[in-house]
Ligand binder design. Structure first.
Ligand code: HEC
Ligand code: HEC
Ligand code: HEC
Ligand code: HEC
Ligand code: HEC
Length: 184
């Protein structure tokens, strides 16, 4: 009787020990995961700077379905997609939310003749040449290279423009892959 009791106590403490070990191992990997999340390039790819005016793509391109190229109208005709000038914002905001403090900032920028200083999100190194026009003409979707921008409150670098990313599609679509295509 007593032996049986002891045996069950022993196995109980053994279970408790295994449980504790499992919890400790779990906690260790959880912490490791956190460290990895913060220092790994995964978090770097989501670089999303705070902008001078909290412009939301989710609100404009998502909920209000304003086409990307209404604002980024250079994309189909030049190398850069460009960011719309404050005047374009006022096409709508002369009447929509014209008293909002953020919109008053836009109006003030026009009055002072100073462009809004948007912080660039996607930057390629100087030795890389890229052109929007060629890709838009071939119907490559904006989202392929920039992610689901229409769901973003703040634009972040959701896609990493590594050389392999460019080359994979070039190979697949039979686009040029010689070095001088992209390096000048
Ligand atoms: C094939 C990939 C690709 C596609 C497709 C693409 N972009 Fe880009 N985009 C880039 C790269 C690369 C840069 C960075 C260019 C640089 O640093 O000069 C960029 C930069 C930008 C910028 C920053 C301003 C500029 O022109 O440098 C905006 C805005 C932009 N893209 C919007 C768009 C929109 C809107 C579309 C769809 C109509 C689009 N892009 C389609 C790759 C792409
Ligand atoms: C085609 C029309 C259109 C254009 C162009 C446009 N917006 Fe808007 N914007 C809207 C609509 C619609 C809303 C939502 C208004 C609402 O919530 O009632 C909005 C809301 C906003 C808000 C939130 C205002 C608040 O206080 O709630 C800001 C900030 C804003 N826009 C900034 C801009 C900026 C900056 C530009 C230019 C880069 C711009 N918008 C261009 C249609 C537009
Ligand atoms: C109402 C105008 C408007 C519309 C519509 C719009 N954008 Fe933008 N976009 C802006 C403004 C203003 C900025 C600069 C501020 C910022 O980064 O949020 C910008 C920035 C960007 C950037 C980052 C540029 C950089 O600095 O590298 C990308 C990428 C982009 N837009 C893609 C898109 C795509 C894709 C769509 C359609 C799904 C779209 N935009 C629709 C106004 C617009
Ligand atoms: C999803 C597919 C896709 C991705 C991703 C892509 N490209 Fe392209 N690219 C193409 C296609 C297709 C063409 C051919 C266009 C044509 O024939 O006019 C092209 C053409 C080009 C050209 C023009 C070549 C010429 O002869 O003028 C350059 C430069 C270029 N791409 C650079 C890049 C860079 C840099 C990246 C990465 C940031 C990239 N591309 C990512 C599909 C892609
Ligand atoms: C379709 C476009 C494209 C082609 C073709 C291409 N590259 Fe690149 N390359 C890039 C991009 C984009 C980067 C920048 C990557 C980054 O910033 O992470 C890059 C970066 C590099 C770098 C810097 C190191 C690095 O990895 O960032 C070297 C070196 C390089 N390329 C060599 C070459 C050589 C050699 C060829 C020909 C065999 C070539 N590239 C063809 C797009 C291209």
């Amino acid at each position: 009787m007593r032996d049986k009791f002891r045996a069950s106590r022993q196995s109980l403490s053994q279970t408790a020990f295994i449980g504790l070990m499992a919890a400790a191992i779990g906690a260790f990997f959880f912490l490791l995961g956190l460290v990895y999340f913060y220092v790994s390039p995964i978090s770097l790819t989501m670089y999303s700077p705070k902008q001078p005016i909290p412009f939301s793509h989710k609100l404009h391109a998502g909920e209000n379905k304003i086409p990307c190229q209404y604002c980024h109208s250079d994309a189909r005709r030049s190398e850069s997609a460009g960011v719309p000038g404050a005047q374009k914002c006022m096409n709508c905001h002369n009447t929509i939310k014209s008293e909002s403090p953020e919109i008053l900032k836009v109006a003030a920028a026009i009055e002072k003749g100073k462009p809004i200083e948007w912080i660039k999100v996607f930057v390629t190194p100087d030795h890389v040449w890229f052109s929007h026009k060629r890709h838009i003409k071939k119907d490559v979707a904006c989202q392929t290279c920039h992610g689901k921008v229409e769901t973003m409150e703040v634009v972040g670098r959701a896609v990493d423009h590594k050389m392999g990313f460019c080359l994979d599609c070039h190979r697949e679509k039979g686009a040029p892959t010689d070095c001088w295509t992209c390096h000048t």
